[in-house]
Design a protein around this ligand. Structure first.
Ligand SMILES: Cc1cc2nc3c(=O)[nH]c(=O)nc-3n(C[C@H](O)[C@H](O)[C@H](O)COP(=O)(O)O)c2cc1C
Length: 184
């Protein structure tokens, strides 16, 4: 049976949702069954075999609803293979210091659960989608120009590697199950 994967995301302006949806599509195309939901709508993981968590970054921090969710659900999450990705503008330039800064964005998740794969993706900046305060912060502090910086090829490659990992895990489980049956 195909691996059922729950993809949960936390977004403010929608670019993380679109990345989560594209990951969901790639998982489905590979023969797995993905369900993509905002993290606030997540209930239980019982009907899934793996979980992918994706969150936007603002002011160097992950979306609080994602961090809260992981803290609350870390025991059940520990029973599943979990991958996580963060979406930020620091990844948009080929400037290694920015990438280095982005390396730490997933720390609040790493502290709570172990991850089988991590992704850091450049996002999108659309001033029209921001409220007055967010626009002020972006212009004065984040200093990001407008643009869609998402690298869909990179997102696809990351997802393909994840699919391979999940399929390898599944093969391992089948071998263990068979071995148990033989041993029984
Ligand atoms: C108010 C605000 C603060 C941001 N702060 C950061 C930041 O500290 N570091 C960063 O790399 N990107 C930052 N960004 C860029 C966002 O991470 C990027 O636009 C991302 O695509 C947003 O995801 P979303 O569309 O799912 O909300 C910020 C964006 C906004 C609007």
């Amino acid at each position: 049976m195909a691996n059922r994967v729950l993809v949960l995301y936390a977004t403010r302006a929608g670019s993380t949702r679109e990345i989560a949806e594209s990951i969901g599509e790639l998982l489905n195309e590979s023969g797995m069954q993905a369900e993509v939901l905002p993290v606030k709508k997540a209930r239980s993981f019982e009907e899934y075999d793996a979980v992918v968590l994706g969150t936007a970054v603002r002011m160097g921090m992950l979306m609080p609803e994602m961090v809260r969710f992981i803290r609350k659900k870390k025991s059940p999450l520990a029973q599943y293979p979990v991958a996580a990705f963060a979406v930020c503008c620091s990844m948009k330039k080929e400037i290694s210091e920015h990438h280095l800064a982005a390396e730490g964005f997933l720390d609040p998740i790493r502290r709570e659960i172990s991850l089988i794969s991590e992704g850091l993706f450049a996002g999108k900046m659309d001033y029209l989608k921001l409220g007055f305060f967010a626009r002020f912060i972006v212009k004065k502090m984040v200093k990001s120009p407008e643009g869609d910086f998402r690298d869909w090829r990179k997102i696809q490659k990351w997802t393909e590697a994840l699919i391979e990992q999940l399929q390898a895990d599944q093969t391992k489980e089948t071998v263990i199950e068979k071995a148990e049956l033989v041993g029984a």
